[in-house]
Design a protein around this ligand. Structure first.
Ligand SMILES: *Cc1c(COP(=O)(O)O)cnc(C)c1O
Length: 414
């Protein structure tokens, strides 16, 4: 497979209106939309306002279908294996809550599992008598594939992990986990919320049955969009927890028929403008090439880690052997929210990863809140230098309460 390995950074920045306003290292939270995505999304809203919502949808049918083809191209699957919904959590839920669990059924997951997923395991375990068991991590913080293999037996109904956890640069060995799941014949559900848009993902290669992602993070789509992939052989066996007149057809007074494709996990009313914008965002990423995106994102992140580690008092917190665009750190004597606030006052965006979003991992590592600085391909070496210089100033200027007006005397960078 040959992918273009050049990425036109200047063009990417010209295409990104936000680059002129801020230094955005919160791409794992919500990235900056490129102009074509913004225009397509706003354009559809304007069309709805002008001619009516149903009429706009009818006129833009092709643009609305585009998202299925683009997602399928990105993942190496068929368009009818894709459902487009309002976010990654609901996408994941529709798959997870379709699985019929019973007493003693085992759900295996990883230490760095995302809170919303884990809460769902706990709820289903409480209701059905299924059990959820986190697989230990290896010495690099990844899910231990050998421990997973040892834990497998015929009671394991589902292996469900997060590819890239929300709280660091770690990349879990999704494909190796897929091999174990395939050997046993259990279901494999993969949360690619943070990896979609920053690296190639091929569902055949990974070997997952179901996969969920969001639009607004590394894919650079509009907020309120997400999608679910379900392998065809599996989707026919999964009855969605909710059905409506889009997911099923009312065929007789006492009968209904569930649609045969993955759109059985959707419902009728949706964010049409967002769906169109997501399709454009996917094509935009595919045009640049996910191999080239990964190469640049990984390189920028590694550079940021090295620079951060050279700032006195700063500790980089990322685990993993392969490490992606999410960079996390703490600074001695400074609360992460103080750091975030001081940077925001200087037009720099970061976010905070809180222990409750990845409780098992945070407790195991004794982590409180940490600062998350997540880079994308449109970020630059200059921005990394500026970020680290600014952070160095913030940290050496003393505590904000001792340092008169630290937040207010500094005007935002142009
Ligand atoms: C952000 C995130 C989610 C949730 O995505 P939403 O679109 O907000 O529902 C799920 N899993 C991981 C790992 C995430 O980082």
């Amino acid at each position: 497979m040959s992918a273009p390995m050049t990425l036109d950074v200047e063009r990417a920045r010209r295409d990104t209106p936000g680059c002129a306003e801020i230094l955005h290292f919160n791409n794992a939270g919500s990235s900056l939309m490129p102009d074509p995505v913004l225009r397509a999304t706003v354009g559809h809203l304007e069309l709805e306002a002008r001619i009516g919502g149903y009429e706009a949808a009818a006129r833009e049918e092709e643009a609305l279908e585009r998202v299925y083809g683009a997602t399928a191209r990105m993942l190496g699957c068929a368009p009818d294996e894709i459902a487009v919904v309002e976010n990654a959590t609901r996408a994941w839920d529709m798959a997870f809550y379709s699985i019929p669990f019973g007493p003693g059924d085992r759900i295996l997951t990883a230490q760095a599992e995302y809170a919303s997923n884990y809460i769902a395991y706990l709820q289903v375990a409480r209701k059905t008598g299924a059990v959820v068991e986190p697989v230990p991590s290896d010495e690099r913080g990844r899910i231990s594939v050998s421990a997973l293999r040892d834990m497998m037996d015929e009671r394991v109904k589902l292996v469900a992990i997060t590819h890239v956890p929300t709280n660091g640069g770690l990349v879990n060995p999704a494909k190796e986990v897929g091999e174990v799941a395939r050997e046993s014949g259990c279901l494999y559900l993969l949360d690619v919320c943070q990896s979609a848009g920053q690296m190639p993902l091929d569902v055949g290669e990974i070997g997952c049955d179901m996969l969920s992602a969001t639009g607004r993070k590394y894919l650079r789509g509009p907020r309120g969009t997400g999608f679910l992939y379900v392998r065809r052989e599996v989707l026919e066996r999964l009855e969605p927890p909710f059905l409506d007149l889009h997911a099923a057809e009312w065929t007789a007074s006492d009968q209904f028929e569930i649609r045969p494709d993955a759109r059985r996990f959707e419902n009728w009313e949706t964010n049409f403008a967002g769906k169109i914008g997501l399709g454009v965002a996917l094509d935009y990423a595919l045009d640049i090439g996910l191999e080239a995106i990964r190469e640049r994102v990984y390189a920028l992140a590694e550079r940021l880690r090295v620079r951060l580690a050279s700032i006195p008092g700063v500790v980089v917190r990322d685990l993993g052997e392969e490490r992606c665009g999410i960079v996390t750190f703490t600074a001695e004597g400074r609360r992460p929210d103080e750091i975030k606030g001081a940077l925001a006052a200087r037009a720099i965006n970061v976010s905070i990863a809180s222990p409750a979003s990845t409780l098992l991992d945070s407790e195991e590592r004794g982590l409180g809140e940490i600062v998350r600085a997540s880079v994308h391909y449109f970020n630059t070496d200059d921005e990394i230098e500026r970020f680290c210089a600014t952070l160095g100033e913030v940290l050496s200027s003393g505590r904000p309460d001792n340092d008169r007006g630290a937040g207010s005397t500094v005007s935002p960078l142009p």
